[in-house]
Design a protein around this ligand. Structure first.
Ligand code: SF4
Length: 309
């Protein structure tokens, strides 16, 4: 069975098994064609990813989770659709080529899990045009391990989230009851493929590796600590971690008793302390990042500040 075929969609662990080639849609409300909201140069990722020139990021629309606090909600909600969104692979690759022609070395796919077949077709098309960018797979961690195995040799850098240790949080905030089991298996597979070493080029840009992102949510600092301890004890303490503080309440999350405010300094500090105690390598985002990290995907420059964290 070709797992990257959308005829019986098992792209993600929701396992809808719909035939997307016949325009049937499952949870993510995507058919067989790519659905891309934005392609642009992003300078606000981790320094080894953005470098000085930035990464060419392809933002897929819709998502296989639907977190109530999604910071990219304008493009991730499954019933959203904008006329400007791209569905033609050639047009998408044309836009990517414009960036690669300017010397951008990294090509990132943001929220690819539910459009992984389209992602691979885009990459093959990019390769056929003679480009060999570093491919970054930037997912929410709710990935099918069998699909990840198919990506071995295609993806250079895995940049997954590891959102929750407690499945109750996943159920409450991301509409999924097995986030922890899925994400822990996915990160383990990414680590199997790439190891814990990050390979950098002469300019300090990543060429290969895994960076696990964790967004600390208000009132959930003990869950964050459990995530870090789990990675350290059960996967490896040598993975690179990117700790994030950019959470801000969205329309959907501002009515939640925990998520109706930004993160407090003391909450973030104890998670930082745990990260340092374990000795993880990586990056710690500034607490103040929530003041400027408010992307607007309905304008041409979604990330106004585009500041390296
Ligand atoms: S990718 Fe979409 S259709 Fe396929 S299993 Fe996941 S949610 Fe369902």
């Amino acid at each position: 069975m070709n797992l990257l075929s959308s005829r019986n969609c098992l792209f993600c662990p929701r396992q809808c098994a719909v035939d997307r080639s016949l325009s049937q849609t499952g949870y993510c409300n995507c058919n067989n064609e790519p659905l891309v909201s934005n392609i642009f140069l992003h300078k606000g990722e981790e320094p080894v990813i953005s470098g000085r020139k930035g990464i060419c990021n392809v933002f897929f629309s819709h998502c296989n989770l639907q977190c109530i606090y999604c910071q990219n909600y304008q493009i991730s909600i499954n019933d959203a659709h904008e006329k400007s969104w791209l569905t033609d692979t050639d047009m998408i690759v044309n836009k990517i080529s414009e960036q690669l022609d300017r010397g951008v070395k990294l090509l990132g796919f943001v929220s690819p899990s539910h459009q992984v077949g389209a992602m691979v077709r885009i990459i093959e098309n990019v390769w056929n045009r003679g480009y060999r960018p570093i491919i970054v797979y930037n997912s929410n961690g709710y990935d099918n391990v069998e699909i990840l195995k198919e990506l071995d040799g295609i993806v250079d850098v895995y940049l997954p989230d590891f959102k929750y240790f407690d499945n109750k949080l996943g159920q409450k905030y991301s509409n999924v009851n097995n986030y922890f089991e899925v994400a822990s298996k996915a990160v383990r597979e990414m680590y199997r493929q790439k190891g814990s070493t990050i390979i950098l080029d002469d300019d300090g840009l990543i060429e290969s590796g895994v960076i696990v992102r964790h967004l600390v949510l208000p009132g959930c600092e003990s869950d964050s600590i459990n995530v870090l301890e789990y990675i350290s004890n059960e996967i490896t303490p040598f993975l690179h971690i990117s700790l994030m503080a950019q959470y801000f309440p969205t329309e959907k999350s501002k009515s939640d008793s925990l998520l109706n405010r930004k993160l407090k300094k003391w909450e973030y500090d104890i998670v930082i302390q745990k990260m340092e105690e374990i000795g993880f390598d990586g990056w710690i985002q500034e607490l103040e990042s929530s003041d400027y990290y408010k992307p607007d995907f309905l304008c041409n420059t979604p990330f106004k500040d585009n500041i390296n964290n």
